[in-house]
Design a protein around this ligand. Structure first.
Ligand code: NAI
Length: 578
């Protein structure tokens, strides 16, 4: 089990101290009583000792750092060795309330406790924790409730862990192609277990960071499941407390969960979702992924690079169906070149296990039934709002017309004007950055700042090989809206930096309104695509015309020069591509 290391006590009544000698490093084994580090304060030096037998995971301090009471300084993977109370700092399981002594751990009855807060937030993902910080910045007394770990799906099972895996894959891919850079390496070995451990370290560091931010902003954090008592009261029970929370305002940020489609066998426990794909410690020899959207495509490239024979089944005629065909075509070509078996226009209709344990996926393609046999099958066919998390009827909160999310206005208020909803639970656009922005809008409104949520300029970042970044309108949208538009396109093949990096797949494409010449959309496929994207967002948000936007000097040599070239190429004035 994983435990957080929390500074519970310092010398005397001190509330802060300085980190002295650090005796243990991440990865070191720990026994109960081992001194992890010392803390110096005006009243002397005390030892921060382990109460666990295990391995030190994270330690987010260095010698000389000032640390505060309540601060999370790291974590340990192992078991709690109970000990009688001493004057030493005590450390508790992640998310549990601090208490004075450790020896009653797990035995004491939950203590009743009442809270009266300005803002209660249910859900500690990128919607909830950002809203908590923003509300606290406005001087509100805030309490956040999370039943799992702070950070939600994004940090724990989504965006961040996949990007940690993508980074490991990136190293692997570079090594595979090292000879073309004049570098010869011996036999390449990797351990998925170590890749997953690294991913866990990245996640733990960021989750600890959020816990730290909650402390800094004096946000009360309760770990447990929130139950609705009435439209102004919640209850949270965990091993330590039985909390009754009265709130003035409530923000619902309970997120989404994997949606299981009505495919025979899809609900079997052998079927993987993105969550399990982030935890495998052995690479399956073969993997069939159902769904060629963002999640399916990202994992197809990850497991292909790790050595799985990947089949990807997409029901629609095009993978990444929201993107233009020229974007999908670069990703399709790259996937096929790497050996991923892409089946588009193919509907998975049943999944069965064979006698030898392999899985059989039945697909219908061009009115023909076909079967794919693989060791594992993963589902990536969308996510649905976690509507069961809170009793919306008791809260007086209405669902949207399609009854697949909570109905909200532009201030993120629900039909009960004291209650707000943000993130995937609103089912507007299921993206972490939308949740965070909605969280800021909700908290601003509670803090008396008028702001309205707009979905006009939502960027999307897809971490395939190569990456895709998109913002504003694409050509499909422009056509559907009957807009008179012009495009400018520049291939990365003609970019100096991309050539130097040996990553020349892809392009930058910009769309401008033909009359106003204002940029209305942009897509980048290729190296650094997701990082370059915000330049296009800023061009669109600033309502720049092609001419104004092109009158900017781009640093050389950078991949971002491709944006400049795409601007110039709208009028056929590109310098490095004719
Ligand atoms: P998705 O909705 O993007 O894609 C699911 C795909 O599954 C669709 O293309 C659909 O046609 C296909 N499908 C459905 N039933 C099928 C069947 N029986 N046989 C074959 N194909 C079938 O959903 P996904 O990829 O699971 O992502 C969920 C949400 O998470 C999305 O809103 C996505 O934008 C978001 N997300 C975004 C990320 C990013 O921006 N990098 C990363 C991860 C998730």
């Amino acid at each position: 089990m994983k435990y957080d290391l929390i500074i519970e006590k310092l010398s005397g009544h001190d509330t802060s101290g300085k980190v002295g000698k650090i005796n243990k490093r991440p990865g070191d084994s720990l026994n109960s009583g081992d001194i992890i580090f010392t803390i110096e304060s005006g009243k002397g030096t005390i030892k921060f000792t382990s109460q666990y037998k295990g391995i030190l995971g994270q330690l987010s301090i260095t010698e000389g750092d000032i640390i505060k009471k309540g601060q999370v300084v790291g974590n340990v993977e192992g078991e709690l060795i109970e000990e009688t109370g001493t004057a030493k700092p005590t450390q508790f399981k992640s998310g549990q309330e601090l208490k004075k002594t450790a020896y009653s751990f797990g035995l004491a009855k939950p203590t009743p406790k009442n809270y009266n807060v300005d803002v209660a937030i249910v859900g500690g993902g990128p919607g909830g924790y950002v809203a908590a910080i923003r509300a606290a910045q406005g001087g509100k007394k805030v309490l956040i409730i999370e039943e799992n770990r702070l950070g939600g799906t994004c940090l724990n099972y989504g965006c961040i862990p996949t990007k940690a895996l993508v980074s490991s894959i990136d190293v692997l891919e570079k090594i595979k192609h090292s000879e073309s850079f004049g570098i010869e390496v011996g036999e390449v070995k990797f351990s998925l277990e170590r890749i997953i451990n690294r991913k866990n370290e990245v996640v733990n560091t960021l989750v600890s960071g959020i816990e730290h931010l909650m402390n800094v902003h004096e946000i009360e954090y309760l770990n447990g499941k929130a139950e609705v008592m009435d439209s102004e009261t919640l209850n949270v029970k965990n091993k330590l407390i039985d909390a009754t929370i009265k709130f003035d305002k409530l923000i619902i940020a309970t997120g989404s969960k994997t949606s299981i489609p009505p495919i025979e066998g899809a609900d079997s426990e052998n079927i993987l979702t993105s969550k399990e794909l982030l935890e495998l410690t052995e690479v399956p020899s073969s993997l069939t992924i159902i769904g060629g959207g963002v999640i399916g495509m990202e994992f197809a490239f990850i497991y292909n690079a790790l050595g799985s024979k990947v089949n990807l089944v997409e029901f629609l005629p095009q993978i990444l169906n929201n993107m233009d065909e020229d974007v999908a075509s670069v990703i399709r070509a790259s996937a096929i070149e790497k050996g991923i078996n892409i089946l588009e226009g193919a509907k998975a209709s049943s999944i069965k296990a064979s006698l030898d344990g392999t899985m059989i996926v039945e697909i219908n393609e061009n009115n023909q039934t076909k079967y794919i046999i693989s060791e594992k099958v993963a589902m990536a066919v969308g996510r649905k709002a976690n509507l069961e998390a809170l009793d919306s009827e008791k809260l007086g909160v209405e669902l949207n017309e399609r009854r697949n999310g909570i109905k909200v206005d532009a201030n993120m208020r629900t039909s009960n004007l004291n209650i707000y909803a943000i993130g995937d639970i609103t089912n507007k656009i299921q993206l972490a950055h939308i949740a965070s922005h909605q969280g800021i809008m909700a908290a601003d409104h509670i803090n008396g700042i008028e702001n309205e949520m707009s979905y006009d300029l939502v960027p999307s970042a897809i971490f395939t090989i190569p990456e895709v970044g998109h913002v504003g309108l694409n050509e499909k949208d422009a056509c559907a809206q009957n807009l008179d538009y012009v495009t400018g396109k520049f291939p990365l093949m003609a970019n100096g930096k991309a050539q130097a990096m040996g990553e020349t797949e892809g392009f930058v494409k910009l769309i401008a309104n033909k009359d106003t010449r204002k940029i209305i959309g942009g897509t980048i496929v290729g190296v650094h695509a997701t990082d370059m994207l915000s330049t296009i967002s800023n061009i669109i948000a600033s309502e720049l015309t092609i001419d104004k936007a092109a009158h900017v000097i781009y640093a050389h040599p950078t991949t971002a020069e491709s944006i400049h070239e795409a601007l110039l190429s709208v009028d056929g004035r590109g310098i490095h591509f004719a």
